[in-house]
Design a protein around this ligand. Structure first.
Ligand code: DGP
Length: 121
């Protein structure tokens, strides 16, 4: 289930320290070490999956759960859109090196707390 040399598997096991935001039996969420916004959280599955590029049909529900957890965290952080759809955050999977993926354990970036541009760089 977990990979020996994967830094995110080590974070899940507590072998590398992290600032935890949320945990349940399926996912772990923590502050990114190199934040690009006032709030930058990573939501990762406890199961080692390289990325969206290797996702299996059996992992569909797990990815849906990652999004649901992201929504709950964003609400707790106070960055979720209000009734007028103001405020907001971005949810990002970088898929492969050209897209900026540098850690090959699936992770959903939750980024917020500032206004963002589109298209991303
Ligand atoms: P990506 O570039 O999409 O693969 O994002 C990987 C993110 O992981 C990047 O924003 C930095 C973060 N990161 C890498 N190593 C560590 C670590 O040891 N601790 C924490 N908290 N974040 C890390």
């Amino acid at each position: 289930m977990q990979e020996k040399d994967c830094i995110f598997c080590k974070i899940i096991k507590g072998e590398i320290p992290s600032k935890k935001v949320y945990e349940d039996d399926k996912v772990y969420a923590f502050h990114d070490i190199n934040p690009v916004a006032p709030f930058h959280i990573l939501i990762i599955p406890k199961k080692h999956i390289v990325g969206i590029q290797t996702l299996e049909a059996e992992d569909e529900c797990l990815v849906g759960h990652m999004f649901y957890v992201a929504r709950k965290i964003a609400q707790d952080l106070g960055i979720a859109p209000d009734e007028n759809l103001n405020k907001g955050y971005r949810l990002v999977f970088n898929v492969g090196k050209d897209a900026g993926q540098s850690v090959f354990h699936l992770h959903l970036h939750l980024i917020g707390g500032r206004k963002m541009e589109w298209p991303p760089g």
